[in-house]
Design a protein around this ligand. Sequence first.
Ligand code: HEM
Length: 648
Amino acid sequence: MILVNFQIRLLKAFNYSPIKFQKYNRRYYSLLTSRVAQEKILEDVSSTNPGPPKLNSIDLSDAEDLWAGNMHGFDWELEKARRKVFGMSTAYSPFRMDYWKPLTEDGQEEKNVSVLDSLYIMTTNILQFFFGMQSIDGAPVAEIQPFTGTFSNFVAKAMTGNLEELAGGPLFLMLEKYYKKYGAVFKLAFGPRSFIVISNPVMAKHILRKNPLFYDKGVLADILEEIMGKGLIPADPATWKVRRKAIVPGFHARWLNRMIQLFAECNLELCSVLDAAAQRNQKVEMESLFCSVSLDIIGRAVFNYEFGSVTKESPVVKSVYSCLREAERRSTSFVPYWKIPIVKDVLDTQKEFKANMKVLNDILDELILLAHKTAVKAEVEELELREPTEDPSLLRFLVDMRGENATSKQLRDDLMTMLIAGHETTAAVLTWSLFNLVQKPKILQEVREEIQHVLGDRLPTYEDLPKLKLLRYVLAEALRLYPEPPLLIRRALEDDYLPSGGTGLNIKLSKGTDVFISTWNLHRSPEYWEKPEEFDPHRWERPFNNPAVEGWEGYKPEIMNGLYPSEIPSDFAFLPFGGGSRKCVGDQFAMMESCVTLAILLRRYDFQFVDSPEHVGIKTGATIHTANGMNMYVKNMVLQAPETMPSI
Ligand code: HEM
């Protein structure tokens, strides 16, 4: 413990001399905290067991290893030697110097934003707002509507993350208002803290397609750290490079083909619930049913776990939702209340969150352990050709992949990330597709005819999906009107200059600048879409251009390639799954899942709103939810024959 205490002091000392030791500290701190946590556990154990274990005998095989994926080259040789000397299994040394830091794969050094970079931006904001100095970024400043409540009310709302009430409505709607007033790029400032908000495809393309080492996930990574750790979504560029390379092969065509069967199986469970409701003329809440079916699907697809949430309520499912809600609360909070020690230990919501995270982590740890015990290693190519077994999960693939040595902690972060990323997003697309279709009976009829024509009385197969064109356009149209998430978040890791994109502005993003790309604004702007507020799936067949947006190629349906009109044919005006290197890894999976679900449901049932569509309402979260649920009556359609299961 003396050694650890000394290290903490050393660390603290370094924190106060930011320039020289900053990079060193960040890496060292993450190692030390995991080390300190293990020390604490050992201390507890030793109070009942005489003779505490020696520091070097601690098994750190599960601790995060910052060298994973970089185990080559001169630096690694030095690191290996050091580990031998200390007899340890993971990177840990108070004497480690900067030159021992692993380089990223292409030999570039990882870029970090320092406190000084953030202070610089804040100071220039203060000088601009209070002393009239020229702005360093060149963006117009949005004047935020003043909060009209009392100070204590403000603090309470800020602490509990009630940004919607503070801002007078969902954040993305507030940004839409400012977009209409200030244009496609503006600065949103909360005191000296600021965000540059972008609603221009040329600028979005520049940021998303730029070398991924130029931008990271900034505030999003802070918010999601406790939940997703170093999973792909919040991962820093160096971790991301290694993990993305490992995960992408898991989504191979044969696996996706196998997943179609899984989608159908899970949806037939949903049908049994809808059949029962139809018989009793009972209303159903479709948003939560879509959430349940997509949770069941993602559980089985990613780690072969049966949540069974369509048919029953379980404590595990409750834990998933509780963690999701906390992630959402955090993402809409001004103040990182979860980092304040007292709040963290006193607030009931935080204590509950901790307990729920433990439930989920324990399950994931158990599944990972089991997968390791039953691993049969093979090359990626062999794995892709393996017959779909009882466990076709991504976890199985990642553990069996030869040369893939992620720690259990990293695997858990990856699985948790996919559980969260691939669940409510898909449910939201299904919800908003149905919401719009039911209000457009003519389009609904066309879609049903397409489904009948392509499938007849079969369940969908992999080969059917390209033929269900209008159905896929319906999904794309729902994603345009309700992008999930409605904002993409980035932080500049280097000074960068944005192309003007027809705005006439020369925007500089200084290192450390936080950026929001508003997909909500991009997708609903009359600058990039004809009648943007209208739900019109046929729009994807018509080209659109606007020469006023300098450097934008417009929407070109003829270059659409794949299951949905992506960022490419729209030249980054449509970003349903993001764009560039950090684009969604689950896009094909999600489109296929949504297609299969809607094809099955629309063929079997007729849906009617219980109340008016206006009553459904919208509210902000990580995804766009309904405000009051989507209550509907379902009626069985007359089927010529029940569907047969596809053979794979
Ligand atoms: C309709 C459903 C989905 C939507 C709308 C969606 C949307 C997105 C978007 C917009 C991004 C980019 C975020 C950014 O640039 O900051 C993203 C990233 C990601 N998504 Fe999805 N997603 C969906 C389904 C899924 C599924 C099913 C999975 C996994 C099975 C998944 C896993 C991920 C992961 C891991 C990333 C991070 C990729 C990276 O940074 O390399 N998503 N998603």
